[in-house]
Design a protein around this ligand. Structure first.
Ligand code: SF4
Length: 410
């Protein structure tokens, strides 16, 4: 799931939701609407050196108890959520690292709960590591109603996987896709990472990754530039000079290569880092980018309801020992300024852009509205943003400098 910046807000007034229970209460209003459910499974075989998500390597003995707790949380929450949910995303971590029995228990209980509560889910995604997709796991996914799998391929070059300390066999990506298709799941997404300091010729290696991924015929692809998150082993290697960052110029050239090649192959570029076959966009991630409402289950999972963002505790022991709704780590209620800033920041990630009506409203606020309008005018003049009919969107040049452009508009 996308990273969320969530902070403690001790200054909030009494009217502001302080707990997830308050948010749940607010959702009882007849007009309330919730589009998605995110479920976090933190277990991984091994911790990759670039990863800063809440993941746990080892502790296999806790996985069954974890599923029990997750089911208890779902049983507490799902009957209280408004009808109208469109997607579920089970991410992590590596959900497919659960045993087939535990994965089956989790998915079938969720499915039953959703049916009992009248939800009709169009898109059900599970994230997977290629090495964990055995025939048994693929069958569990296929038989449980999962209709989309997102596979972390990252690279097909062993040297790049070694640089990322990512432990999977590149040949297993295709094998996992075959097994998933045999199990009836045809909507398959591949994640790739560029700007990896692997010692290979970056342009040649990246082109080979793209060509290999395309040859496997995924319906969706996500291509991210490697980020050095604070505190990860990879960042420590960078700080101590044992790794050299790929230059910004090379990173931009690799991104442009993805733009060109994926367009040639008929993939629709619909978000800065995401491409899809027609009709195969990730609806769940669109919920994030469109600033819609979703509910989180599991430790460290973040939720959003009408400008309130919160995060469950990122601690396994505390989560396992809790009952009902899990304790939260932080909750924040954005003011009007903050909400418009987020609408622009997230919406401009989409190639469809932001509707003019929304842009006008974001520029009409009494605080930063006028400044936003100035920044936008300048960005249009600099050919970073453009009007496409009645939507404001990043230009191709703007895509390459998206972080800076969007930061200015906040
Ligand atoms: S498999 Fe994914 S979630 Fe697990 S450590 Fe690696 S990058 Fe992080």
């Amino acid at each position: 799931m996308p990273r969320l910046h969530v902070v403690n807000d001790d200054s909030a007034s009494q009217a502001v939701p302080r707990t997830a229970k308050d948010v749940l209460k607010a959702l009882q209003a007849p007009s309330s609407c919730l589009k998605g459910l995110y479920v976090h499974v933190p277990f991984c075989i091994h911790r990759c050196h670039y990863c800063d998500f809440f993941t746990i390597a080892g502790r296999e003995q806790d996985r069954s108890r974890y599923v029990d707790r997750l089911i208890a949380e779902a049983e507490c929450v799902l009957p209280q959520l408004p009808i109208g949910m469109e997607s579920i995303f089970i991410g992590g971590g590596t959900p497919t690292y659960l045993s087939p029995d535990d994965l089956h228990r989790l998915l079938s209980r969720l499915r039953t709960l959703l049916q009992e509560t009248g939800q009709s889910i169009a898109e059900w995604t599970v994230e997977a590591n290629p090495d964990t997709v055995s025939e048994e796991i693929a069958d569990v996914l296929g038989q449980s109603g999962v209709n989309r799998v997102s596979l972390g391929a990252q690279s097909f070059q062993p040297q790049a996987l070694t640089a990322l300390e990512r432990h999977h066999d590149p040949d297993h990506v295709g094998l996992a896709m075959d097994r998933l298709r045999q199990a009836g799941i045809s909507d398959l997404s591949l994640d790739l990472i560029f700007a990896v300091p692997s010692g290979l010729d970056p342009r040649v290696a990246w082109r080979a990754d793209l060509e290999m991924a395309i040859s496997l015929k995924p319906t969706h692809m996500s291509c991210y530039g490697l980020t050095y998150e604070p505190g990860t082993p990879l960042t420590r290697r960078l700080e101590t000079g044992r790794v050299t960052r790929v230059s910004q110029e090379m990173e931009a050239a690799q991104y442009e290569e993805a733009l060109t090649l994926l367009a040639q192959e008929g993939y629709e570029h619909y978000e800065i880092s995401n491409w899809a076959r027609p009709g195969c966009r990730c609806r769940h991630n669109e919920i994030y980018w469109r600033n819609e409402n979703w509910w989180p289950l599991g430790p460290s999972a973040s939720g959003h309801v009408e400008g309130t963002r919160w995060r469950n505790v990122p601690r396994l022991g505390e989560y396992l020992d809790s009952e009902g709704l899990p304790p939260i780590d932080s909750i924040e209620q954005l003011d009007e300024e903050g909400r418009w800033g987020e609408v622009l920041m997230l919406g401009l990630r989409l190639l469809d852009g932001v509707p003019k009506q929304t842009v006008d409203a974001a520029c009409a606020t009494s605080g930063r509205g006028a400044r936003r309008a100035d920044v936008m005018r300048q960005a249009i003049e600099d050919e970073l943003l453009e009007w496409r009919k009645d939507h404001l969107a990043l230009t191709t040049r703007g895509l390459l400098l998206a972080d800076g452009v969007i930061r200015e508009l906040l």
